[in-house]
Design a protein around this ligand. Structure first.
Ligand SMILES: Cc1ncc(C[n+]2csc(CCOP(=O)(O)OP(=O)(O)O)c2C)c(N)n1
Ligand SMILES: [Mg+2]
Length: 401
């Protein structure tokens, strides 16, 4: 397996460990051939389900998913299918002019659903702008994700309602927010954990490096979940690091693990392990989910300008949804009726999202000036007055409504 750390850890709270986890020292082992890797020189990754849908044994992580029921497996499948359906609908809505922008998660469903379903309700999530699958797992209604992309609000949900922070566009900054939050959780004496999502490109940001340093030194109960989707807009991962990203953790003194990002079971198991470490006072973990951004960076991007079709085709064969479907079918965990019902449910979700977006009220023109400062500000007042004059200059001025 591919977990690395040279850290000597001091349990902060009661250390409870299970088989396959620990606070013991681990060293690198890169003996297995990579699956899903771009090059044959890529290191091994944790995989429990092959692209063909075959369950493979893993002594270290099997314990986290061994008891999973057929119903729970169908649940993971449903989560991924509905998330993909919602995502496709949002892309279409952008193309129809209903959204200003959309960042698709296509291809990353397993990384997000696997890690998202590993969380407890009291854990806290700091996402980027692409974590629609994690949002789904947290119970944030998909329609609430779309207001910001339509430009009618600044967020769309109450972060405290689902312990799911607002989307963060400033690359990597949420890794620091998560670290600070996790330090607070530890000071409160709670045994909940915090998870920060970010991308391969974000791993080059100073904020992420600072978060790694702080979380390691303060033994913060945080999981860094890096979805390495191979691209940061048009910049390939090769331009981000000379070493596989999960190995970065070693230099900070905590474990890093690379997981097959298209294998929902492996993501569930590895994230559970990392969360358990956090809860047991063993500090941070870096999980690198090795996956692929199947679509454009956002709807403003055209990936045909910088990458070849054959790369995408190779990843299509590792599709996260297809491999779980194969496993469900082969193990008789789902029948045709289940898949047919899910298809109907998907279409209903698409319709609901379409209707909700079109019905979103436009915000008051002056709302943008609210909540800039708690007590108001002369410059904001001046800008508001200028804007009011501008609005009033139109023949059909309606007072900004
Ligand atoms: C601090 C900062 N720098 C640059 C940008 C512009 N930007 C938006 S997305 C992005 C690439 C991020 O790539 P990655 O972290 O791999 O995440 P992905 O989009 O692939 O999920 C960049 C550079 C930004 N939003 N914030
Ligand atoms: Mg990326």
């Amino acid at each position: 397996m591919t977990v690395e750390s040279t850290a000597a850890r001091t349990p902060r709270r009661s250390a409870g460990t299970k088989a396959g986890t620990t606070g013991t020292k681990r060293t690198s082992s890169t003996t297995k051939k990579a699956t899903g890797a771009r090059k044959s020189t890529e290191p091994a990754l944790v995989q429990l389900l092959t692209p063909e849908g075959k369950r493979v044994k893993n002594a270290e992580f099997d314990g986290y998913v061994d008891g999973i029921t057929a119903e729970e497996l169908r649940g993971l499948y449903r989560d991924m299918v509905l998330t993909r359906r919602f995502d496709a609908e949002a892309t279409s809505l952008q193309r129809q002019g209903e959204l200003g922008l959309w960042a698709s998660l296509l291809g990353q469903e397993a990384a997000q659903i696997g890690s998202g379903r590993a969380l407890r309700d009291d854990d806290y999530v700091f996402p980027t702008y692409r974590e629609h699958g994690v949002a789904w797992c947290r119970g944030v209604d998909p329609t609430n994700l779309l207001g910001m992309f339509r430009g009618v609000n600044n967020g769309g949900w109450d972060p405290n309602g689902n312990n799911f922070h607002l989307y963060t566009i400033v690359i990597g900054s949420q890794a620091l927010h998560a670290t600070g939050y996790a330090m607070g959780v530890a000071k409160d004496g709670a045994d909940s954990a915090v998870i920060a999502y970010f991308g391969d490109g974000a791993s080059s940001q100073g904020d992420v490096a600072e978060a790694f340093t702080f979380s390691a030194v303060y033994n913060a109960p945080v999981v860094f979940f890096c979805q390495n989707n191979q691209w940061a807009i048009s910049e390939p991962t090769e331009k981000q690091s000379r070493v596989p990203l999960y190995q970065r953790a070693q230099g900070y003194g905590f474990p890093g693990v690379r997981v097959d990002g298209n294998d929902v079971l492996a993501n569930l198991a590895v994230t559970k392990w990392a969360l358990e470490r956090a809860r047991a006072g063993e500090g941070p973990t870096l999980v690198e989910a090795f996956t692929y951004r199947m679509g454009a960076h956002t709807t403003s991007d055209d990936p045909t300008r910088y990458r070849h079709d054959d790369e995408r085709a190779a990843w299509e064969a590792k599709d996260p949804i297809l491999r779980l479907r194969r496993y469900l079918e082969v193990s008789n965990h789902a029948d045709e009726g289940f898949f047919a019902e899910l298809e109907t449910e998907s279409e209903a979700l698409g319709k609901r999202v379409r209707e909700a977006v079109r019905a979103m009220p436009d915000p008051d023109h002056f709302a943008i000036f609210e909540n800039v400062y708690a007590d108001g500000h002369a410059l904001v007042d001046e800008e508001r007055a200028q804007f009011a004059a501008y609005q009033a200059s139109f023949a059909d001025a309606d007072g900004g409504k």
